[in-house]
Design a protein around this ligand. Structure first.
Ligand SMILES: [Zn+2]
Length: 694
């Protein structure tokens, strides 16, 4: 393949109804950032864009539930998400948002162009309608059974279980997500993109053209949709949050969020170009531009079928060269979930692991769900930090820098004649830029990250084999050569680690006194990616380096235990929230209620009933008398615990015999979801026994 003149790299627009967690980082943003940083380091013209996806139904549902406006929701999460990306060193050239004016204009014009060209089919059809909410139901406003896999919780636009994208009217047993009502059908007009008309082009372009270079998981999904037969998809919605439909009869309708969102990449490019004084068009319209979309597997249909069909219909745009979608990352064996708070949030991670962004970037790359769903576990996180980053990478750099300072006051020594092992080692180092590049260019970021660690392993092994700390005692000249070689490896690591571990790379360049794009060192030594292969000397003799600083630190067991405890707490809170609430019982009259004589009392004595598991025999002061009550609370309380307890007693319950003891009333209790009983009692201690509850 010819080397492209420029690259346009997009990362899926995060949806602004929540924060960013490790699943997003692993699936999309870390691999995209590695790719963009690598291409910049190798001297390419790179544009890396993203932005917040701020339209669509879930945002309006969240706004409604919080009693605020959709704009309030997107403003809040746009700020949080943008800050998280900056914190983790994701180097977007521009991060925009789809509520921006430039996006409304771009998306609106895109629609108009297709409409004018007759690329849409206008059709009045019957759509699901919620009479009570007075609203059409599309996308996430409707839940029902997926016609393909039978998942009973499928959304109107897409089933999260099997990934199928469908129309809301395809759902079996649809229910309104707003009221829970069974929707009726009502007529409304919409604009449809006739995907069936683009089937031949998609077959030719993807099934024939990208059989070899697209990832099998992406190719397989696309093939299965095309084989099933494509149908027209509505690109407008009856909603008031979004981009108004710029056509006659479009009043009260907006563009479907999945129509406008991918156009957000183009708007973000325009925003960047305006700011930088550049021309945006070559990045989207020049055949010598390579367009790559980084996404998660849930977005494949939109980026491989719908958006390319839109671009093709418009006519002046290039198509993506590749869509390296990842599978999903799980957390400790369970699916990541925002609503269940089963996640590691980036903001919380940084509070718990300050300045350790690279550790997370490294672990997520090492575990990237590239070919199948993968699991993030805190034990693995700890092991990769302690056994790889600390014990291999950090240890090698630390030894090199400490010894150079100790033996030569931090001045790189001049080498003597190189031994065969020295030559072999340096030759191996020179091969690494190509080895790592080859993995990155094939979107194999796990493999690329492991190759980087192999380079650190090579350095570690070289020092362990050559033992300069022993040789110094017998051969000072040989020691200089060993340290010189080791410093070349350290310097190669400083350059090649940048896409993966940008913060560490920068710190290491500072220690080695190398120039970098983010540092102000003015000594003129800056090694590009390719120069690691081509230059004979990366760090010349007589160059002064700085003092040692730890690049990584060991993570202890109790730190990991705290994270595991956090997840257990999430799980418990979740179970509680999901506990079934009994429906209200049948209504009773006020007269019925007044028949109950409920009073405040105090337990005076308690003893376990012999040969029973649950029963305590209590003596209770009810204010009117002291009486015996048998209560089934022994599995939650010991007899000692309940003596002196203030309680609420139903005193006129007809007496009944329990295991031979007459019980004269009932203590009122409630039960928590985990089965623990709790006394219902007055919270004011001044309330005296015998007072009635009414
Ligand atoms: Zn399904």
């Amino acid at each position: 393949m010819n080397q492209p003149e420029r690259y346009t790299i997009t990362a899926a627009l995060p949806y602004t109804n929540g924060s960013i967690h490790i699943g997003h980082l692993a699936g999309v943003y870390v691999p995209a950032d590695i790719y963009a940083r690598y291409l910049r380091l190798t001297g390419n013209d790179v544009l890396f864009v993203c932005g917040s996806d701020e339209h669509g139904v879930p945002i309006t549902i969240k706004a409604k539930s919080e009693g605020v406006s959709p704009q309030d929701i997107v403003d809040k999460y746009h700020a949080i998400i943008k800050a998280s990306f900056e914190d983790f060193g994701i180097t977007f050239d521009n991060y925009s948002r789809t509520s921006a004016k430039i996006h409304h204009k771009t998306a609106s014009e895109f629609f108009t162009t297709l409409n004018d060209k007759g690329e849409f089919v206008e059709e009045t059809t019957e759509q699901l309608f919620d009479e009570e909410a007075n609203q059409f139901l599309a996308d996430r406003f409707v839940i029902g059974t997926c016609p393909k896999c039978g998942n009973e919780e499928s959304y109107g636009d897409q089933c999260e279980n099997c990934g199928t994208s469908h129309n809301a009217t395809d759902l079996i047993n649809p229910k309104s997500a707003i009221t829970g009502n069974v929707p009726t059908l009502k007529q409304t007009k919409h604009w449809f993109l006739p995907l069936d008309k683009h089937e031949d082009f998609l077959k030719e372009w993807i099934l024939k053209g990208h059989k070899k270079d697209w990832k099998p998981n992406v190719y397989g999904q696309v093939k299965s949709w095309i084989d099933d037969g494509l149908r027209p998809r509505a690109v407008t919605r009856d909603l008031d949050w979004g981009i108004p439909v710029p056509a006659e009869g479009g009043e009260g309708k907006v563009l479907y969020v999945w129509f406008d969102a991918p156009i957000g990449y183009i708007s973000s490019t325009k925003e960047w170009a305006a700011r930088e004084g550049k021309d945006w068009e070559p990045y989207w319209k020049d055949e010598n531009t390579k367009l790559v979309h980084f996404i998660g597997k849930d977005n494949i249909v939109f980026h491989c079928i719908i958006f390319p069909a839109m671009l093709k219909a418009e006519g002046s745009y290039i198509l993506p060269e590749n869509v390296p979608a990842n599978e999903f990352l799980n957390l400790e064996g369970n699916k990541l979930s925002t609503s269940k708070n089963w996640a590691v949030w980036l903001t919380e991670y940084l509070q718990d692991f300050p300045n350790q962004q690279d550790v997370l970037r490294y672990v997520l790359t090492a575990n990237a769900p590239e070919t199948k769903d993968n699991d993030f576990t805190w034990k693995d996180f700890q092991a990769r930090n302690n056994n790889e980053l600390v014990a291999i990478f950090g240890n090698f750099i630390n030894r090199v820098v400490v010894l150079t300072n100790k033996y030569y006051n931090g001045v790189v020594p001049a080498p003597n004649e190189l031994s065969p092992i020295d030559n072999e080692t340096l030759a191996t180092v020179k091969a690494y830029p190509d080895v790592i590049a080859s993995s990155i260019e094939r979107y194999r970021f796990r493999e690329a990250g492991q190759e980087l660690m192999n380079l650190a392993r090579l350095g570690n092994k070289y020092l362990a084999d050559e033992e300069p700390w022993k040789v110094i005692k017998v051969d000072e000249e040989r020691t200089k050569t060993i340290m010189y070689v080791a410093l070349q490896i350290a310097s190669a690591l400083a350059t090649l680690s940048e896409p993966f571990l940008p913060f560490t790379s920068n710190k290491l360049k500072g220690i080695l006194n190398l120039s970098s794009s983010d540092s102000t060192a003015e000594n003129g030594i800056e090694n590009t990616w390719n120069e690691v292969s081509t230059k004979d000397v990366l760090l010349p003799a007589n160059h002064q380096i700085g003092k040692a600083e730890l690049l990584f630190s060991k993570i202890e067991d109790d730190t990991i235990q705290k994270q595991l405890d956090k997840l257990v707490a999430s799980k418990k809170a979740n179970e509680k929230a999901n506990a079934t609430v009994e429906p209200q019982k049948d209504s009773i009259t006020f007269e019925d209620f007044t028949k109950l004589d409920i009073r405040v009392g105090t337990i005076l004595e308690a003893e376990k009933m012999p040969k029973t598991k649950k029963l305590l025999k209590l003596k209770v002061d009810t204010g009117i008398d002291v009486r015996t009550i048998v209560s089934g609370i022994a599995e939650s309380f010991t007899a000692e615990e309940v003596v002196g307890k203030r309680v609420t007693v139903l005193v006129n319950l007809a007496p009944r015999a329990l295991r031979g003891v007459e019980s004269q009333g009932m203590i009122l209790m409630t039960e928590t979801p985990d089965g623990k009983l709790v006394f219902v009692n007055p919270d004011d201690s001044k309330v005296s026994n015998g007072l009635q509850i009414s």
